[in-house]
Design a protein around this ligand. Structure first.
Ligand SMILES: Nc1ncnc2c1ncn2[C@@H]1O[C@H](COP(=O)(O)OP(=O)(O)OP(=O)(O)O)[C@@H](O)[C@H]1O
Length: 255
């Protein structure tokens, strides 16, 4: 197995005495695509919040590329290569697609402000933004205002925004949420096209996207790990079917 870039051990978190994560431990290898599934309220988003430093852990450790980041604030983890998207898209509607990416490049890379001062520096930023937009299939939309593009493209742009920080580990919180069936399917090749060195941890209720994208899955249930394994192992687990997969169509796939 390639070296782990994200190592989580004994992670616990409670809200007002109610345990939401309990003794969660797993490790993700460089370049791995890891999915996290589980019923509504299982603790998936809370896990992302603790991993990215938006919430402090009550117990346990988080290591990023070998360094203990458990007590570091979110912006320090971001600078060390941890990128994150949220369930809700956060973009500047009045700016163009490319302006959003340029803003992301400038805002998330310390020292890039300096680059704006020189023509060469500015060209470098534009080159990097075009590279990212091409990789994501958004290059033809670069001059469109964000408010004018389709919701599916906004979700893709959000992933590009997370990549502006030169993330080495990307936490994607439901990238296909709110997309039509056809739009979600377009998310699959996009995730496949992303740099193979990039490590991706994905929360997603859309099982087509999930099973076609990830190498391994972690199934969370009531804040604990129910099962960790390949998509095949998870799909054929009676326990997972009973607790999650078997009921999700009847109960709705969640938020
Ligand atoms: N800031 C908070 N304060 C109090 N309770 C919270 C807070 N954040 C989350 N919770 C509770 O923690 C539990 C886990 O929530 P979380 O959002 O992590 O679950 P989830 O698995 O992401 O669910 P979903 O699939 O619906 O997004 C829920 O019962 C939720 O109400």
């Amino acid at each position: 197995m390639a070296e782990p870039v994200l190592e989580v051990s004994g992670l616990s978190k409670s809200f007002g005495g109610i345990s939401v994560l309990s003794d969660v431990g797993f490790s993700v290898a460089r370049g791995e695509r890891r999915g996290i599934i589980g019923p509504n309220g299982a603790g998936k988003t809370t896990l992302f919040n603790v991993l990215s430093g938006y919430l402090p852990a009550d117990a346990g450790t988080v290591r990023l590329c070998g360094s203990d980041v458990t007590t570091l604030p979110a912006h320090r983890r971001a600078r060390m290569g941890l990128g994150r998207t949220f369930q809700i898209v956060a973009l500047c509607d009045e700016l163009t697609v490319e302006e959003n990416v340029l803003l992301g490049l400038v805002a998330s890379n310390r020292g890039e402000w300096r680059l704006l001062g020189s023509l060469r520096g500015r060209r470098g930023l534009v080159e990097r933004s075009r590279e990212l937009l091409s990789e994501a299939g958004l290059i033809d939309l670069r001059e469109h205002k964000v408010k004018a593009i389709a919701y599916g493209h906004r979700r893709v742009l959000e992933i590009v925004m997370a990549l502006t920080s030169r993330a080495r580990v990307l936490l994607l919180d439901e990238p296909a949420a709110g997309l039509s069936g056809e739009e979600s399917l377009r998310m699959i090749p996009l995730l496949e096209r992303l740099d193979r060195d990039l490590t991706i941890v994905l929360i997603e209720h859309d099982m087509d996207v999930m099973f076609n994208t990830v190498d391994r899955l972690l199934v969370l249930d009531h804040g604990t790990i129910l099962l960790e394994g390949t998509p095949e192992e998870v799909r054929s687990s009676d326990l997972v079917r009973e607790r999650y997969l078997g009921t999700q169509h009847a109960a709705g796939a969640g938020s």
